[in-house]
Design a protein around this ligand. Structure first.
Ligand code: FES
Length: 234
């Protein structure tokens, strides 16, 4: 399988500007974009830099822009791209550290801002699970599976325009705890997302839904949070 990779290159320590570099490779059938990048790094240019870990769509570290679309490189089959030329770029709107590696600090700062952990203000500490009914547990389906790859937030025009916007990943995580029957700090959580850089910056563009490699729906979660803010008169 002969393909050409056109890869974004930038080394902040020596390059004045980013540039693109092409690599012609011959890969076995069934190869993913991550397989191609690993082949280039192992056999053609060891300086090529990118993140990866699990290779199974679990860790979220290989999010990048492939032929203009945010995807996980390890889950993207080259044959499915239906192109002999594969353009690979870092996730847009995050600062580039080197080649395909971005500084995800702004992304994680927003994640941390929504307090992504259970808050139980009344019950004493326990070494047991905090139980909930199967029905309440099912309400969290579609909200807990996020792997924090950043593909959604990077694809969001509202995030491009407002770098302080919480973004779809953080808002989906806020939803996951606002609607957890065991959590006891809904008021504070809704106050956080009701900020001027919070959920009202979402204009239901749905880019996040298209970009999510786990088929999650942050736009729907944001709509539910907006309803909750209005219902609770936050
Ligand atoms: S390497 Fe873990 S999600 Fe791709």
């Amino acid at each position: 399988m002969a393909v050409t990779f056109r890869i974004y290159r930038f080394n902040a320590e020596k390059d004045a500007h980013p540039y693109y570099q092409e690599f012609n490779v011959d890969l076995p059938a069934g190869s993913t974009v991550l397989d191609g990048l690993r082949h280039i790094k192992d056999t053609m240019d060891g300086t090529l830099s990118f993140r990866r870990s699990c290779r199974h769509g679990i860790c979220g570290s290989c999010g990048m822009t492939i032929n203009g679309v945010n995807r996980l490189a390890c889950e993207t089959q080259i044959t499915n791209l239906r192109s002999k030329k594969i353009e690979v770029e870092p996730l847009r709107s995050f600062p580039v550290v080197r080649d395909l590696i971005t500084d995800m600090t702004p992304f994680y700062d927003r994640y941390e801002a929504v307090k992504p952990y259970l808050i139980d203000l009344k019950s004493p500490p326990t070494d047991r699970e905090r139980l909930q009914s199967p029905e309440d547990r099912r309400k969290l389906d579609g909200a807990y599976e996020c792997i924090l790859c950043g593909c959604c937030t990077s694809s969001c025009p509202s995030f491009w325009a407002d770098k302080d916007f919480l973004g779809p990943a953080a808002l989906l995580k806020a939803y996951r705890f606002v609607f957890d029957s065991r959590d006891q700090d809904m008021g504070e959580r809704l106050r956080i997302v009701n900020d001027k850089h919070g959920l009202w910056r979402c204009h239901t563009i749905f880019n996040c839904v298209e970009a999510c490699p786990k088929d999650l729906n942050p736009t729907w979660a944001v709509a539910e949070l907006k309803r909750a803010v209005i219902r609770q008169k936050v």
